[in-house]
Design a protein around this ligand. Structure first.
Ligand SMILES: C=C(O[C@@H]1C=C(C(=O)O)C=C[C@H]1O)C(=O)O
Length: 391
């Protein structure tokens, strides 16, 4: 890798990528201060099923379900910015003239925007439509065709005047230090940002694999140690645990550590979380991340249990295309490993509006009004970012 000398800001980088019609991802890992960004200079972002250990460094952005419009997307780190003070790092093999073109863009004063795609659907789920779907789901669960299904919805909010994605990213990073905070903008795919509380698959520098069962939701209380969980949430989260264990079992993996469930805070909410870790070197399983990714997604935290009838119910009754919501995203083969998160507490940026996405786990005990409320609370994570920018 070669390096250039001048230090560019995150704002310069993002603006240059948009002006040059390039794909860009900006992210900050939980509980760290360092914002990172990568830009792909050449064309071609669609990719197949991710193979983590063989991947070059880049950023994955994958939908809930791959379709003709929404495909697994990979932003190769042709240029990498480690947000702090270092100049950008240029990957080996990037043609000199491509890099020169990009430097010109970095030095130019162009208007900051973001990549958008024409809206393919209208987003107007009403409370009535959502609660009717929840009622139907509860009936099917009581009839034992499935145990749990996660139903979601969207809401449009106007973007504040003069909206800047980087200012929004910075507001989000400051407001949610424990979250995986990201901003992804890809030609033909669109622009998404979010503050996710949920790891799907993570592999650190020491080759330790980490996934989590995150489910059960209630508004945060002053003292988390006083949190009381109802049987409904305890069971809902236990289903996600069982699902993860069933994936380990399929791979005949018996050596893992399990911690939890514990109460964790995510913005204005609390969840129950169990962490699972595996030392990949100790168990001689170098492809564990790739294999688990293929088995896990979509997990019962965002789809349901069993997977097949829950998915069928979602596709038949949710009434819209989830697109990249509840898909997964994050850096792969980066300086600190591969860290894929579930795309939750997120929004998609259109020209002058944001589309907010949120869902809730439905079980036999679900109350449709409370589930609607829960999606409202989850949307508050992104609404707060828009409010911070309107002040
Ligand atoms: C579906 C979402 O969140 C998921 C569902 C949860 C639940 O049903 O309690 C909790 C955390 C997430 O795993 C969302 O944020 O949209």
């Amino acid at each position: 890798m070669g390096t250039a000398t001048r230090v560019f800001t995150l704002q310069d980088t993002f603006r240059a990528a948009i002006a040059g019609q390039k794909a860009v991802a900006v992210w900050r890992l939980p509980n760290t201060d360092s914002t990172q960004a990568c830009v792909q200079l050449g064309p071609g972002y669609a990719t197949g099923q991710p193979q983590l250990e063989r991947s070059p460094f880049g950023f994955l952005f994958c939908p809930f379900q791959p379709t003709a419009q929404h495909h697994n997307t990979f932003i190769r780190a042709d240029v990498y910015f480690d947000g702090s003070t270092a100049p950008p790092v240029v990957a080996d093999g990037v043609p000199e003239e491509e890099m020169e073109k990009f430097y010109r863009l970095l030095n130019e004063e162009s208007k900051a925007g973001w990549h958008t795609v024409p809206a393919t659907q209208q987003h107007f789920q009403t409370a009535q439509g959502f609660t009717t779907a929840v009622t139907k789901a509860v009936e099917q669960i009581q009839a034992e065709t499935m145990e749990k299904v996660v139903l979601s919805r969207t809401k449009q909010e106007a973007l504040p005047a003069g909206f800047s994605p980087i200012a929004a990213f910075e507001a989000m990073a400051a407001a949610y230090p424990r979250a995986f905070v990201s901003l992804v903008s890809v030609p033909g795919v669109g622009t998404w940002m979010g503050a996710s509380p949920e790891i799907l698959v993570s592999i650190n520098e020491q080759q330790v694999f980490h996934t989590m069962a995150l489910a059960g939701t209630q508004p945060v209380v002053a003292n988390v140690a006083d949190a009381i969980w109802r049987q409904k949430e305890i069971e809902e989260q236990a289903m996600v645990e069982r699902y993860i264990l069933s994936c380990f079992k399929k791979l005949r993996l018996r050596e893992y550590t399990e911690i939890g469930p514990r109460t964790v805070i995510a913005g204005n909410l609390m969840h129950l979380r169990t962490d699972f870790r595996v030392d990949m070197k100790e168990v001689h399983f170098p492809t564990l991340g790739t294999d688990m990714l293929e088995l896990l997604h979509p997990t019962s935290a965002i789809c349901g249990l069993p997977k097949a009838p829950a998915l069928e119910f979602i596709l038949a009754h949710e009434g819209y295309d989830r697109s990249y919501y509840s898909g997964y995203l994050g850096p792969v083969s980066g300086p600190t490993g591969s860290h894929l998160y579930v795309n939750l507490r997120c929004m998609e940026l259109q020209e002058s509006e944001a589309i907010l996405y949120a869902g809730a786990g439905i079980t036999a005990e679900s109350d449709p009004q409370k589930e609607w409320q829960e999606t409202e609370h989850k949307m508050q994570t992104m609404r707060k970012v828009l409010e911070l920018l309107s002040d």
